[in-house]
Design a protein around this ligand. Sequence first.
Ligand code: SAH
Ligand code: SF4
Ligand code: F3S
Length: 477
Amino acid sequence: MDTKTTTISQEALAEQAAYCREIRAYWEASGITPRAFVDTYGCQQNEADSEKIRGMLAQCGYVMAEDEEGADVIVLNTCAIREHAEQRVYGNVGALVHTKRRHPGQKIFLCGCMMGQEHVVKKIRESYRHVDGVFNPHQLWRFPELLKSVLDNGKRIFATEDSPGSIAEGLPLQRKAGVKAWVSIMYGCNNFCSYCIVPYVRGRERSRKPEDILAEVRDLLAHGIRDITLLGQNVNSYGKDLGLGVDFADLLARIAALPGDFWLRFMTSHPKDATKKLFDTMAASPKIAKQFHLPVQSGNDRVLKEMNRRYTRAQYLSLVDYGRQVMPELVLTSDIIVGFPGETEAEFEDTLSLIEQVRYDALFTFIYSPRKGTPAATMPDPVSRQEKNRWFDRLVAAQNRISEEIHRSYEGKTMRVLVDGTEDGLLTARTEGGRLVRFSGDESLVGQFVLVEITGHTTWSLEGRLPENCDCHGNLL
Ligand code: SAH
Ligand code: SF4
Ligand code: F3S
């Protein structure tokens, strides 16, 4: 396997910046302020990529629009993880025929993980002729060049060459305003879980250099960001390709040592690579949030093996035990796939018993969806969709009960939360463990850490109030 990380050269990126200047000049000469709409599907990785797309568009002179109507450029950043995600994209791309008819100069681009699949690109080429440009995740940094080409000659452009992947440092970024930010620390995935499309569309694992990540985090902190989530498909293998002797736990410790009051989170962790050192590092730093998203996928060893997850139920449970031993307050969440090909009801029930044993705070649950080109897609899958739906409902009901019980146990506690916004006249905030809390208070508290007393709960969130013996900044009087 090629483990050398290729970096896009500064000259190549400067060329892209030059395309941006030309596009900006073109719009300025026409006296129009162009508008762009970027629609994102899928996970935080895609959200983070969309921040780069918005950054490049802003550099080209575009202002962001609220929706598709009348936008001069539309970018759909797509997700391929399940059939349903793809169907939504096809539906929405189809509808853009009408939007474009009302605004014929409109340029439509598709990018993201779906565009890493040959059969999807073929379908777009043949059946969605109103789409002007397509690029896969490896070609994202070339977006200004692609846009310029389409604006210049009106011809469709497809930048879909496959690649093991590269890193482009220093792309412009437009983040949403607020107190939270994502920072990608690595890209790609080497795990090839048998059901998953991600390694095929996002290339091999490659890590950003620690100093580039630290510089980005320092800048975020200087701009008032208080909640930072480090992103990667498997952050636990961070650094393996760099050969610098810096692993994920070391990176966390270095970031947590930066001055300032903030919470540091990360996702996602693969259980096979989660180490005791990582848990110990988390436990040792008050800035590293005591929250762990540790996808288990299944509670049955045969299914785990077929999924190519490379851990057993017992190994997973002992990891959880260790994590809770060093961090009793740890908030634990997970992903589960129901109805993997060949899974029996008894095997599904092992997953049910695992969630009863672990008692996660929350779960993300999915019914298995075959992905073309993955090994699982060719495995016999005799269980009906109806039956899988029944299992799914049992899992969700069990988890809802557990989440509700855990949320109930928060009542009466006073917790430190970070206020991140407002909703229906209430403040919204997150606990260190990432739980949502709503309470009434002054809008000036947005962006601040405060103490709240938890007074009520639902399955998914908590209700609270600012304590009476407390100034509005959460300091006890
Ligand atoms: N890299 C992350 C997960 C990324 S995908 C990790 O390994 O934890 C997010 C979740 O989608 C996965 O954890 C899995 O539960 C689910 N998923 C992935 N492929 C799927 C498929 N083909 N069908 C159903 N769910 C899937
Ligand atoms: Fe997919 Fe597995 Fe990689 Fe996660 S670790 S992205 S589930 S292949
Ligand atoms: Fe979807 Fe790609 Fe993320 S497939 S879940 S957007 S990595």
